[in-house]
Design a protein around this ligand. Structure first.
Ligand SMILES: Cc1ncc(C[n+]2csc(CCOP(=O)(O)OP(=O)(O)O)c2C)c(N)n1
Length: 648
């Protein structure tokens, strides 16, 4: 009989031997039972080798854990430091941690899945880049961070591009990196771990004690979510994760988010007065920080009956596309004051403040814009917040935090006799909206009509066949639309803060598929929401393992392949290059296409455990395939439909 090893605690606090011993013992006991049958006994008497005796009850009890040898305490570490790290994560409201496993954070991972199991879900990543990009998508859908847990050095190196994308997109992510000097591979250590990605990480810290680590987690969360929002990293040593804290009095401070910088009192009054005094005010709404900011913008717009600009076709946390005040107002009626809310740098809020000659000190425009994200070595679109002029003010502050004050002040200033004027203005803006929306829609349909019956399938048709099936659902479109002809934000109503999550941020491919995982997590938690991911093939192939993550965690995601069998953007670049050099474009498929062999995405999805259909080449087959796949998604599981498409 193979003896189970006596339990022991190795370098990393793991009780060795016991588990393997119990499993081995069970099979050995059944072998022994078989040998102890009368026949076996007769054979034994006939001179075969002596059968070892059955284990005694005491031996059995010890081997199966009912009684332990006296030298092994029931638990070696009673309250590991990483349990308190989990408490710190809970204190800031973290619900998801995504990781590809690595020994440098084994302490924390064990705490998350055992100690934190009722509050924090561990999501399995097949690539660290996917973990960070998923957190990127999640933050855009939810307006708050989740955790990407990264293995020391190598995991961070894998994650680097996704961190860069998130930084350029000013998206908050809480990254935790493991650092274990006693770990199995010395090469996974670094003296300064975060140096690998510091050029595009807003803040990082390497706490030297558990107390510091708890403070650091809360501080990291605060810095990530304070404008300019961005990814941050806390490096956690193995020692901190594994230390025994039993008997020590460590408590987690209650996390209180700071009040964010809002427009000051005088600016608030000045803006409110300008809004109330204006005959025809305009409010341009860019990307707000959270859904609450969008709600506040809607409140202000409705209070004033103001015509409103929206960046909904550009990304998340935008003013609803089909809101009755959205549009450029009635033709020929000049705008006399424009307020821009997070409209981007350069005072875009003032673009239509061109009316008449204002009196001295009268405002024609104001822009409230969060501070720009700095980067020393990278061009991350750091454009500054713009410059004020006497009649046009640019305020560096959080628009979401500024709105309650402006709304209150507008309510106080609004004279009763102005309410009729506002109702009248709102009615005219609403009529203008209906007309303009109908025009936009007609143009979108016209664009979608091109190549309607073609095979491979046109991108217009790929989208147009889908919209009737999802228009009454609660939908989040997760992937960037630009590479797929830009049809989604034209044909679909983007009316919720999470309706469309926009582009990659830094232009790094391999973003759309994993960002969809984050959108899927948010949708699953919300319940009843489905995620639509129009997925380009080049993007998916950077890290297709996300399909398994979607299947394993049962995310309500419909992936529709925009399978043009290549990196078409690069085909076009190369064609241009050859054209300029007058050498012909017949060899531009070399190094830019994914043909010969074709990739079968339905099979790929199936291999990862996902319902799939395709490849579809006849556009008449789309609707039925979509319906079948949507039935699966509405049941709470992902599905993929592979559509072979025109290039763009
Ligand atoms: C990580 C990364 N590698 C390479 C590129 C260069 N690049 C820009 S667009 C593109 C093609 C993308 O192909 P796909 O996602 O299939 O979209 P398509 O252009 O075919 O519509 C590539 C490779 C990039 N932006 N990011």
């Amino acid at each position: 009989m193979a003896k189970s090893r006596k339990g022991s605690v190795d370098r990393r606090g793991f009780l060795k031997g016991a588990a393997a011993g119990v499993a081995g013992l069970a099979s050995n006991i059944s072998n022994l039972r078989a040998q102890q049958t009368p026949t076996a006994g007769a054979q034994q008497g006939a001179g075969t080798a002596a059968t070892p005796p059955l284990p005694t009850p005491a031996q059995l009890a010890r081997e199966t854990g009912a009684a332990r040898p006296p030298d092994i305490p029931p638990r070696t570490v009673v309250r590991p430091g990483s349990d308190l790290v989990v408490d710190a994560l809970k204190s800031v409201g973290i619900q998801f941690v995504m990781a590809n496993p690595g020994s440098s954070f084994e302490g924390l991972q064990e705490s998350i899945v055992n100690y934190g199991k009722n509050d924090i879900e561990l999501i399995t990543a097949l690539h660290e880049e996917s973990a960070v990009a998923a957190a990127h998508g999640y933050a855009k859908a939810e307006g708050k961070p989740m955790v990407a847990l990264l293995h020391g050095t190598i995991g961070i190196q894998h994650a680097a591009m996704a961190i860069y994308n998130a930084y350029c997109d000013s998206v908050p992510i809480l990254m935790i990196a493991g650092l274990d000097f006693d770990g199995p591979v010395a090469a996974h250590n670094a003296t300064d771990m975060a140096a690998l990605v510091r050029g595009y990480t807003k803040w990082d810290d390497q706490p030297r004690s558990l107390d510091q680590a708890i403070t650091s987690i809360q501080r990291a969360y605060q810095i990530a979510t304070t404008p300019p929002t961005a990814p941050v990293m806390v490096t956690l040593t193995g020692d901190i994760q594994k230390e025994e804290t039993a008997g020590r009095n460590i408590s987690i401070p209650q996390y209180r988010p700071p009040q964010l910088l809002a427009a000051d009192y005088l600016a608030t009054k000045r803006i409110a007065k300008a809004l109330v005094d204006a005959q025809n005010p305009r409010i341009n709404v860019g990307r707000m920080r959270t859904a609450r900011g969008v709600q506040l913008a809607i409140e202000l717009v409705e209070l004033l009956g103001a015509q409103t600009g929206s960046s909904a076709s550009g990304g998340p946390m935008s003013f609803p596309m089909s809101h009755r005040m959205r549009g450029s107002g009635v033709n020929g009626v000049p705008v006399d004051f424009t307020l821009g809310l997070e409209t981007g740098a350069g005072g875009q809020g003032g673009t239509r403040g061109e009316a008449g000659a204002p009196g001295a000190g009268a405002l024609i425009s104001a822009t409230i814009q969060g501070p720009a994200l700095m980067a020393m070595n990278f061009n991350v679109g750091n454009r500054g917040v713009g410059v004020s002029t006497p009649n046009s003010v640019v305020i560096e502050a959080d628009a979401e935090s500024s709105l309650p004050g402006i709304i209150e002040e507008v309510k106080t200033l609004l004279p009763a006799d102005k309410r009729r004027l506002i109702a009248d203005r709102a009615r005219r803006n609403e009529e203008a909206h209906s007309e303009q929306r109908a025009q936009e829609w007609a143009q979108a349909v016209e664009a979608a009509r091109r190549g309607w019956n073609s095979s491979p399938v046109s991108l217009g048709r790929l989208h147009a066949e889908l919209w009737p099936l999802i228009k009454n659902e609660d939908v989040c479109v997760s992937g960037p639309a630009l590479f797929s002809g830009g049809h989604a934000p034209r044909l679909f109503n983007m009316d919720k803060p999470y309706s469309y999550l926009g582009g990659q941020g830094g232009g790094g491919m391999g973003y759309g598929a994993p960002a969809t995982v984050g959108a899927g997590l948010a949708a699953k938690k919300a319940g009843g929401r489905i995620v639509i991911n129009i997925q380009t093939d080049g993007d998916l192939n950077y890290a297709p393992g996300v399909l398994w993550t979607m299947a394993h965690h049962k995310l309500p995601v419909l992936t529709i392949m925009h399978n043009n069998r290549g990196w078409h953007q690069e085909v076009m670049f190369l064609q241009f290059m050859a054209g300029v050099r007058n050498r012909g474009t017949d060899r531009m498929h070399i190094g830019t296409t994914l043909k010969d062999p074709d990739i079968d995405y339905a099979k790929l999805a199936e291999a990862y455990g996902m319902y799939s259909e395709g490849p579809i080449t006849d556009p008449n087959d789309l609707a039925a395939a979509y319906k079948r796949a949507l039935d699966i998604v509405k049941r709470g599981e992902p599905a993929l439909v592979d559509v072979v498409t025109q290039p763009r």
